[in-house]
Design a binder for this molecule. Structure first.
Ligand code: TXA
Ligand code: MG
Length: 356
């Protein structure tokens, strides 16, 4: 299949420019589009066959459910059997935006979209292009991140092209995304809202709106118990993995820098291509290896924004060994470390300590 590539200037486009993309969606095809978090791979959420195509294009396991994207609260009533009060409050505070909520599904939502579950994940994105595509097509868009399964999520249209060219009908290039990490996923089907995937909207932010909010056990435990099945089906698969071997080095800053310098030098001596994920504050401290800046420690949003692109860059550079500084787990740091640890397959070193 030939993938159409359309560049959209966010400051100058009209709904007419999205006519072809809208038609493809209605006909059951696949269109990649930007959201405020990462690029999504969209299909009509209520056409089971269209949802199936998403799994095939990504090489995604079919039991990993999709998020359904909407533009208004009435849309939610069409998808969710029941919308609890806490969900209305969370929607009031964070929609449109990077929050996904899990509800009991209405029968109209096919199991092909929910990975066989009786629940459906719903998000109302804030990105104008995402919203216009939903409106122009007149459909709800089932959309996972638009990467090949297991690869880092795409934050630019070129990342989508690298992974899915020839496998999908169209890519809408709306430039670089804003946040760079996927939405927070929160299950609102139980007594207490429970975070299944940390993201830009933090536990603290939600607690201010609805009081108690818990975090799923699988996320809290660094070494997930092998017998424990995480509630978000997507959490059990290897994710975001760069081609090289990534190790996160945690600990006090000076000890981390010393340890990464030592490991990088060792790798270079052994003839390996070594990559280092550093910050603006520390990049000048590494004499050996290919040093790249993920963002500034003083600005966690910049780190979130740079994370997936840097993992892809090290693939392009054919890095064999990659060492990353660790980050604190407060606020947005929890989501950053969650993605980084998954990318590393939980290979973590505590500087001055031992391998976990
Ligand atoms: O920011 C985002 O959420 C992006 C953009 C495109 O909106 N989408 C995204 O989708 O990250 P995806 O498919 O890569 O991740 C969806 C996550 C997975 O961890 C999945 O298991 C979980 O949401 N999820 C979806 N439906 C669920 C359900 N019914 N119950 C529990 N978890 C669910
Ligand atoms: Mg994904």
């Amino acid at each position: 299949m030939k993938t159409k590539y359309q560049v959209i200037d966010l400051n100058h486009y009209t709904e007419a420019d999205l006519a072809e993309a809208g038609r493809i969606i209605c006909e059951g095809g696949l269109v990649a589009f930007p959201t405020e978090t990462v690029y999504g791979l969209g299909a009509d959420a209520l056409q089971e066959e269209a949802a199936r195509k998403i799994y095939a294009a990504k090489g995604r396991p079919s039991d990993n459910p999709l998020i359904v994207h909407i533009t208004k609260m009435e849309d939610l009533e069409a998808l969710a059997e029941e919308v609890p009060e806490c969900a209305r409050k969370l929607a009031g505070a964070f929609w449109p935006g990077p929050l996904t909520m899990v509800f009991p599904k209405k029968p109209a939502v096919p199991y092909g979209t929910t990975g066989g579950l009786d629940t459906v994940a719903v998000r109302m994105p804030s990105h104008p292009l995402a919203r216009d595509l939903i409106r122009v097509s007149g459909r709800f868009l089932a959309a996972p991140s638009a990467n090949a399964s297991g690869r880092p999520s795409p934050t630019r249209a070129s990342h989508v092209k690298d992974d899915l060219d020839g496998r999908i009908d169209m890519i809408l290039d709306g430039g670089e995304v804003n946040i760079g990490l996927e939405s927070t996923v929160v299950d609102v089907t139980g007594e207490v809202p429970t975070i299944l995937r940390p993201g830009y909207v933090t536990q603290e932010m939600m607690q201010r709106v609805v009081g108690r909010v818990e975090i799923d056990r699988a996320i809290l435990e660094e070494n997930v118990d092998r017998h424990f099945v995480p509630k978000a089906p997507g959490m059990k698969y290897r994710h975001y993995a760069p081609k090289g071997s990534l190790t996160v080095v945690e600990g006090e800053e000076e000890a981390v820098i010393r340890e990464i310098c030592r490991l990088a030098e060792e790798g270079v001596k052994a003839g390996k291509r070594v990559g280092i994920i550093a910050t603006e504050e520390t990049a000048g401290r590494y004499p050996a290896g290919m040093v790249r800046v993920i963002g500034s420690r003083a600005d966690e949003e910049s780190v979130a924004h740079g994370l997936f692109a840097i993992l892809r860059e090290f693939d392009d550079l054919e890095a064999q060994l990659i060492y990353s500084e660790g980050f604190g787990e407060q606020g947005l740091g929890r989501a950053i470390m969650n993605r980084l640890l998954k990318a590393a397959g939980h290979q973590v070193i505590t500087a001055g300590g031992e391998k976990v």
